[in-house]
Design a protein around this ligand. Structure first.
Ligand code: IPE
Ligand code: IPE
Ligand code: MG
Ligand code: MG
Ligand code: MG
Length: 296
């Protein structure tokens, strides 16, 4: 990462954290414990890759930054909700997230379920209430987020993930699972910004789609590699958890070298897809590299 890009990332990360803080209910509002759990799940760290993708896509397509805040917040809230549920005993049964106890460990299981339940509608509320988006834009974005998180998106992918524990999947099946559970929401970060550009040429939209699909898949493969090679103290999650749960992952099924190669191939595909945008795409390019090379 160039020093310049790192500084830009820090600025954008601060911006999103500020907006998340504003969108979340305050601690002294009733029911306080639920609100505490919601804030804990969202504000305790996190790389904010999805909001960063929103802003980087905005830079690429010359969309005003204030139009992006609500979208970035909504998607990050959806992401946080998915993590809280993902960690529950009924799912991945994890104790550690972002270097801290998972929400059901810090609070209790019912509070974790409810906090996630409340984050999801809050995401839609944030979009609906944005003063910077037109009604048409709001409906378009709500629709994309809903599709990405539903049974044919993230939730469906999570369902396949659980059903695949201890099983051998084909590359095609694994790809489908990854695209749904992780790629779909990452894809919305890019595609929802396209909705804010009236008259975006079809080739440019297709290029963005191609980029998002490649990067979404690479993101999950990198996550699976880090689960094996990362250290708990760095990744902030219990290393080796996938193997213990018998998760179907790229490195588990095809080996760590193949997983690494796949990441590089997807990065090349993603970067290539961005070529029509030239210099405008530098932030997206840097983010794509970060996604496949990130240490956590
Ligand atoms: C983890 O996502 C869950 C996956 C989809 C692999 P992130 O790696 O983006 O988690 P945070 O938000 O940075 O903690
Ligand atoms: C989670 O995948 C994908 C989600 C939709 C939350 P993982 O189960 O691998 O995510 P981590 O490793 O727990 O963050
Ligand atoms: Mg999981
Ligand atoms: Mg998990
Ligand atoms: Mg993982």
């Amino acid at each position: 990462l160039s020093a310049d890009f790192s500084a830009q990332l820090d600025l954008m990360t601060d911006r999103i954290t500020e907006h998340l803080d504003l969108a979340l209910p305050k601690l002294d509002e009733v029911p306080a414990r639920l609100h505490e759990a919601m804030r804990y799940s969202v504000l305790n760290g996190g790389k904010r890759v999805r909001p960063l993708l929103v802003y980087a896509t905005g830079l690429c397509l010359a969309v005003a930054q204030e139009k992006l805040d609500a979208i970035a917040v909504a998607i990050e809230l959806m992401h946080a909700f998915s993590l809280v549920h993902d960690d529950l005993p009924a799912m991945d049964d994890d104790d550690l997230r972002r270097g801290m106890p998972t929400v059901h460990r810090q609070f209790d299981e019912a509070t974790a379920i409810l906090a996630a339940d409340a984050l999801q509608p809050l995401a839609f509320r944030v979009i609906a209430e944005s003063p910077h988006l037109s009604d048409r834009e709001k409906v378009a974005v709500v629709r994309l987020v809903a599709i990405a998180c539903g049974s044919q998106g993230m939730t469906g992918g999570q369902s396949i993930d659980l059903a695949s524990e201890g099983k051998t999947l084909s590359a095609r099946e694994l790809r489908t699972m990854h695209s749904l559970k992780t790629g779909a929401l990452l894809g919305v970060c890019v595609m929802s910004v396209c909705e804010l550009v009236p008259g975006l040429p079809a080739e440019q939209r297709d290029a963005m789609r191609l980029f998002a699909d490649a990067i979404g898949l690479a993101f999950q493969i990198r996550d699976d590699i880090l689960d094996i090679e990362g250290e708990t103290s760095v990744i902030g999650k219990s290393a080796g958890a996938d193997e213990r749960m018998g998760k179907a992952t790229w490195p588990a099924l095809f080996g760590i070298d193949a997983a690494r190669e796949m990441c590089q191939d997807l990065l090349a595909t993603g970067l290539n897809a961005l070529s029509p945008f030239g210099e405008q795409a530098v932030a997206l390019q840097s983010l794509a590299r970060y996604i496949v090379e990130r240490p956590k």
